[in-house]
Design a protein around this ligand. Sequence first.
Ligand code: N85
Length: 828
Amino acid sequence: MSDHKPHDSEAGTHQRWLEMDKESFTSDLERHFHFTLGRDQIDHSHLYLYTAAALTVRDRLVERWRETRQRYHYEKPKRVAYLSLEFLMGRALNNSVMNLDMEEQLREALTEFGVSLETLADEERDAGLGNGGLGRLAACFLDSCASLGIPVTGYGILYDYGMFRQRIRNGYQVELPDQWLRNGNPWLFEAPQDTRVVKFFGHTNVDIDTKGKRHVRWTDTHDVLAIPYDMPVPGFQNDVVNTLRLWKSAATEEFNLDEFNAGSYTEAVAAKNAAEQISMVLYPNDASENGKILRLRQQYFLTSASLQDVLSRWVSRSGLDFDHFADKNCFQLNDTHPAIAIAELMRLLVDDYALSWNRSWEITTATMAYTNHTLLPEALECWPLAMFREMLPRLLEIIHEINARFLHDVANRWPGDTDRLRAMSIIDESGHPQIRMAHLAIVGSFSVNGVAALHTELLKKGLFRNFYELWPEKFNNKTNGVTPRRWLAFCNPGLTGLIEEAIDGSWRNDLSELQRLKPFAEDSDFQTRWLAVKQSNKEALARLVKGRSGVRFDTEMLFDVQVKRIHEYKRQLLNILHVIHLYDRILKGDIDNMTPRCVLLGGKAAPGYQMAKLIIKLTNNVATLINDDPRASSLLRVAFLPDYNVTAMEIICAGTDLSEQISTAGKEASGTGNMKFMMNGALTIGTLDGANIEIREAVGAENFFLFGLNAEEVETLRKSYDPARIIAGDEDLSTVMTMLEKGFFDQGESGIFESICHAIRSPHDQWMTAADFRAFVDTQVAVGELFRNRSEWARKSILNTASSGYFSSDRTIREYATEIWKLDTGIG
Ligand code: N85
């Protein structure tokens, strides 16, 4: 800092204190190292230097953050709260450095400390506050909102433990706690002044006031504090910094006062744990709801704290007049996890702000919007009514009232149709009564969206058809996207450089500009350079694989990659069957025209999902056998990458040749990994599922390896599915099944894969793995052939990147902003 006078920022209106040159970076690094952290030269550990660098960057973020907040305060734009139980943010340092355009200066400053930016960046733990696609989508959306300059605040939970870390022991998954906050976290700002109180348990009383008006009081509650921690979300080189507000739970001081006074001090202190537990750990299921009480507490905790936050800001600015509330606010529900928001907003308006039911309902249904992320029945949330009655008695009353009024409307529309009434009710009375959160979300929202074209169609025709018939205008599609800053510019500097030589840098803000690369696909010099970049990215990926799994990948071979959560519907098994088949060909000497490949799988299994865990074990056993066999080493190598996460994907997607998107058609709502691979020039082998369909349309059928049944064919075949016959009729599949069944891969644990074989052979196999085996194997032969034609492969690879513009989350967010949120941003 040369002097302490503020200077005008480039934006003109704001004053900035901090310079962006190398000298001020150097002095700030020193200052933070010595004073903020209190360290000496002997402490030149990378962790302290990382923290000093993070704080230096953070100071510059904070300036822009305050400016953005002030601007929103004065301009009063319509604002959106994105409510999500998951935000899979990954690392922040490099992202901030890129978005504030300060890489060069920081690198220069760091040379004086004798350390590279990469080394320091590696000190940062991923913020892994999510399971997979849904959580990462929320993170990409926040990036796009900030980059487009639109006022969206993320609301989530500050879990002490994020997604578990995965180790592999003897081929099996072992879960370790993710203590991501252990070294402190420079990106979180505690905001105790905005602490909220969230109520649980207790009971309700009705008071009649002097005018005869009913008032419900929810009393004798167990209260929990929600303390906000704010994380800055910088836009791409636009001086905007939005906020992700994460709530941490804490006990109130009065907590269990009764017990204190009864003298049971230790019991009372121990009971504090119940409050603190709420934000302790992320539930590690990505596709099933296990009905745990703590999970419902998390959902209500997040929702109530966030709605109170928005309402109290409203009241402090606009007083108790809610007439324009819906013009200025919108809530986007990331799946049904925060769907209790519908009832909670009603409660706050009716009970706390004394609005009438009808007025409150108008406001609620004008501000709530719901995104669905799955059609899998096991992921649809239903909560036992009894659990609600005990934990959230007031919310249950409100849900009953919402349901009664809703069913009244349904009965008017379809008189006498009791089946329909039963099917649409928010309460499922077929067994122990349960609350269907998706129904609550639809009834209380003005918008319901799916996340890819096929997915939205299937919602309208299938799962939600009754609701679609009642309210067709509510339903809309918003095909997912990913941020091109993290998923191309940052993770693939080599390709970025090459692209910018060809077409300049405007694609970072408008990814459709990548179209202009298309002519270069034909240019053989450009193809050669394109392949050279891929080659060096494959070297980086090979290092990652070697480091984490011990398997050596040869970068001359085809890199065939499937990384995502392990789930039967994603069909990692189909991939493994193909690997076994290739190995069988090698053993038989049937290797003419076989293209050498390295097959990489990675992903976490939900800790209670036995079949998924067994698939990991099978992958590892198959890998061990093949990698130890010298006959295979020049043709086939297989690795399971432990602890797949956001940071690993940054290296993986840049170094992949072939992207595996092979889910059973109709089951993967969208997929977003598929988009990251495409952006980085991988070719896709995939089914007609989720966004694969749109990817194929964008790049052209001839540049996409399609195989397998489509969603309709899957449903038709289901009725007569006979895998035993398919296996018997296919020599290759028979051989593969025999190898599995004869214990070829058991490695001493006899019969361990029986349940897998049984599942593949079952006529009830929901995922119909055997049905697509032949098509998959044949298509893989075509992949191999094309890969040997380096120029053709390069051409198609370039075309994939060039056609990926539609899959920018900027496009997705523009659609949310104009079509759902109705923001007056002029960005449409
Ligand atoms: N869905 C997804 O990631 N879901 C979860 O993480 C999730 C489900 C769930 C249920 C993905 C109960 C408790 C916690 C839970 C879809 O599978 C992708 O197809 N977490 C899609 O691309 C992605 O959401 C983003 O839309």
